[in-house]
Design a protein around this ligand. Structure first.
Ligand code: UP5
Ligand code: MG
Length: 204
């Protein structure tokens, strides 16, 4: 697809920081297409005949990063499909495709590759809060989510990967002046107010 026709916002933050929740709210406000890298990987893991099912399952349980080729391909396909769908609808002509890419890039190699081969992001939303807050949220969700990584052991591993692999990505985009940090410790409603202000200022 034509990368000059899309606007991309990366959404980062630790496990359980509230990325998915806030993306849902921003979709309602601004009509983004929300693509969660984690959700795409979980869907691929379930897909009959996928070559990557076992690999993805192991990475997710261990809190490690799936090789970037797999995730970037899934994102590219999902972006192309969304654009195709939009184009076949009304009013596409002068409207850009706006994407919230949630939970990606979470390692430097992915960030550099996506920026080089897919497109550059306009802004990076960084939802930050303490590990204590995140752990509590994930353990509560784990009671019903069925997610294989919402347990104490996997959560610890996810925090470690976040610190070693994802913080350098946030530092990288901070140096490029792209990061808007949003404290996500407060209620969903309060965090949403902050996030929508940032998006309005950055894109609208
Ligand atoms: N909640 C949310 N906001 C709240 C608030 N303000 N107050 C109170 N509660 C709040 O929220 C988590 C829980 O907290 C929910 O129950 C929510 O109601 C509540 P959510 O919005 O789901 O948080 P989110 O940040 O999206 O947490 P998630 O668990 O999805 O984060 P992860 O980044 O860990 O998960 P993701 O799905 O992105 O990735 C999973 C795994 O996939 C990774 O560990 C990795 O193995 C793999 N992966 C890759 O390999 N490559 C990638 O590029 C991406 C993922
Ligand atoms: Mg999520």
């Amino acid at each position: 697809f034509d990368s000059s026709k899309v606007t991309v916002v990366f959404v980062l933050g630790g496990p359980g920081a509230g990325k998915g929740t806030q993306c849902g709210r921003l979709v309602e406000d601004f009509g983004f297409c929300h693509l969660s890298a984690g959700d795409l990987l979980r869907a691929e893991q379930q897909r009959e005949g996928s070559r990557y099912g076992t690999l993805i399952q192991t990475c997710i349980r261990e809190g490690t990063i799936v090789p970037m080729e797999v995730t970037i391909k899934l994102l590219e396909n999902a972006m192309a499909a969304a654009l195709q769908q939009k184009r076949s609808g009304e009013g596409w002509e002068d409207e850009r495709g706006r994407f919230l890419i949630d939970g990606f890039p979470r390692k430097m190699d992915q960030a550099l590759k996506f920026d080089e081969t897919v497109c550059l992001s306009s802004v990076v939303l960084y939802f930050s809060t303490t590990e204590e807050v995140m752990r509590k949220r994930l353990l509560v969700r784990g009671q019903t989510s069925g997610r294989e990584d919402d347990n104490a052991e996997s959560i610890k591993k996810r925090f470690n990967t976040y610190k070693s692999d994802t913080m350098p990505v946030i530092d990288h985009y901070t140096k490029l002046g792209k990061v808007a940090e949003i404290d996500s410790s407060d209620s969903i409603e309060e965090v949403h107010k902050l996030a929508s202000e940032v998006v309005r200022d950055a894109l609208m």
